[in-house]
Design a protein. Sequence first.
Length: 260
Amino acid sequence: MFKNKDSVGGTLLVIVLLSLVCSIIVAGSAVLLKPTQIEQKELDKQKNILSVAGLLKEGTKNSEIKTIYAKNIEARLVDLNTGDFAPAQVGFDAAKAVKDPAQSVKLAAEEDVANIRVRANFAEVYLVKNDAGQVTQVVLPFYGTGLWSVMYGFMSVQPDGNTVNGITYYDQGETPGLGGEIENPKWQAQFVGKKLYTSDNQIGLFVSKGASSNAEHGIDAISGSTLTSNGVNNSFKFWLGQKGFGPFLAKLKAGALNNG
C-alpha cells in the first residue's frame, strides 16, 4: 500500500524542515550583515557629531564624512564620577556599559530626573579641533525620557564649559508635528550662544513657553508639546548636574583642556 503523503505527520515534517531552513537563512543573513550594520551605526554617529559641530555640509559623501571626522574629532573617555579624562577603553560602548552593573550605577529616585534609571560610569565626549589642532568645541552625548520615548541627542559647547554652540536630537519617538519638532533645525537654532549655568553656577538652560525673553538661558517650548518639553528640561537638569557632566564641565571652566 502507498503511504499517504498528505498525512498530519508528513505535513508537520515539511513545516519543521521549512522553518529550519528559514531560520538558517535568517541567522546567516544576520551574521553576514552585522559588520555592515556596525559600520552604518558608526557612520551615523560621526555624521551627527559633525553636524552639531557645524562641520557637515549638505551633500557630503559618506567617504568624506569619515575623513573629516578623523581629521577634526578626537574621542575621549570621561569619568562621570570625577569629571576627569579617563584612559581609553578599546571598544567602549555606552549602551552595553549601562547594562553591566560593574560599569554603571543605579540612580536613586531623587537623582533620576531624566528617568533613565541607570547611568554608565564613563561617557565618551568628542573634542572638535581646528586645522591648528586647537580644541574649539566639545560635543557631549545626552538622553532622557520624553512623552513617548527616550530622546537621544548631542550638545556642542565651547571650551569655556558654559556656552552652547549647537544641539541636535538624532533619535526620538515623540509625536510627529508636536514633540517630534525637537529635531527641527529652526527650533534647535535657538540654543546657539545660550549659557548652561547662571553666574552662581546653577543650571540655567531651560525650555518653556515664552522663555526666549531670557536671553542668556531660555528656549521657547514647542507649542502643544508640554510633556516633551518637560523631558528636555529634565535631560538638561540631569546631564548638566553632578550625576552627569557637571563635574567635567566645571573642570573645563578651570582649564582642563589646556592641561591635556
